[in-house]
Design a protein around this ligand. Structure first.
Ligand code: ADP
Length: 291
């Protein structure tokens, strides 16, 4: 409102510069508000486990003559300490993906390796819930192949261009969420394929679950830092509310994007679109041209 009033006054003067300056100030104020919110959120998130630890340590001292109670309290202290550790680790990851230029040490990264790593990271949680994990890395379509485009044994040449650690963290978060927000005995699928587009070739990695799904209203907000549809459920699975913010940052800084499709009660598909490693593509197309 303020900006509009000012711009209405300066517009007749034809001073576009002043108008831009006002818009700039509004943007600066918005960024400042986001920063303040973030600090408040971090403080709140840290306070919860620290407060619990403090209460629990008192309880342990009071219960020193009851070994069973001590053991119970100690177990809960361990859970809170683990939560604190993962929150701090995710904060470090987030600041790293926000501050580092991931393309500074970019390299061609094999998609089948990223997928295997992400599955490995969740194997324990998935096993406990009897969730089946299946992956399908589609070999790229050669220019003369047409039809199905599936090429046997060619998964090694499906590569994305980027920072290996960041890409692994992004995909790992998506697979972890798929497992966390799904009921027992369901299936999580990871499918990767190469897509040709006018703006350059891309790799699409889709993570599909048969979980609780996400409402349209929440879909717009889940990529925000600390936003959780159901905070209690997220905490119960060790969630911090930072995972998807990290994924979004990694995708954007690699020149890609992350999108979500979901139906409540049916499941979700998160698709990570990333630039394909150019060198790999060139090498792969060589034999196709010779034949
Ligand atoms: P968290 O640490 O809470 O998982 P994320 O940033 O990874 O934080 O996700 C934000 C929120 O988005 C989650 O708390 C959850 O409510 C929702 N969400 C993320 N992935 C899924 C999914 N695959 N199915 C349903 N809900 C999801």
């Amino acid at each position: 409102g303020e900006a509009l009033a000012v711009s209405a006054r300066v517009a007749p003067l034809g001073s576009r510069l002043v108008l831009l300056l006002v818009e700039d100030l509004t943007e600066a104020r918005r960024i400042e508000a986001v920063r303040r919110d973030f600090v408040a959120n971090v403080s709140h998130e840290l306070k919860t486990p620290v407060g619990a630890l403090s209460l629990l340590s008192e309880a342990v001292m009071d219960a020193s003559d009851d070994p069973e109670a001590v053991e119970r309290f100690a177990g809960r202290m361990q859970i809170e300490a683990t939560r604190l550790t993962s929150l701090v680790q995710e904060l470090i990851d987030l600041s790293r993906v926000q501050n580092d230029d991931p393309l500074e040490d970019a390299e061609p990264v094999r998609v089948d390796e990223l997928v295997a790593e992400a599955i490995d990271r969740c194997r324990h949680q998935a096993g406990a819930k009897q969730i089946t994990m299946a992956s399908n890395v589609w070999a790229p379509e050669g220019p003369d192949q047409g039809g199905g485009g599936r090429r046997a044994g060619g998964t090694a040449d499906l590569r994305v261009w980027g920072n290996r650690g960041q890409l692994a963290a992004a995909l790992g978060n998506l697979v972890e969420n798929a497992v966390n927000y799904s009921p027992a005995r369901t299936r999580v699928g990871i499918a990767a394929r190469s897509v040709s587009a006018a703006g350059g070739d891309h790799i699409e990695i889709a993570v599909t679950d048969q979980g609780i799904g996400i409402s349209d209203k929440d879909k717009e907000r889940i990529f925000e830092r600390f936003y959780r549809v159901d905070p209690a459920r997220s905490r119960a699975t060790g969630g911090t509310g930072l995972g998807l913010a990290i994924v979004k940052h990694v995708a954007a800084s690699h020149g890609g994007e992350v999108t979500v499709w979901s139906a409540e009660g049916q499941g979700s598909t998160f698709t990570l679109r990333l630039p394909e490693a150019g060198a790999a593509r060139g090498a792969r197309q060589q034999p196709a041209r010779e034949t």
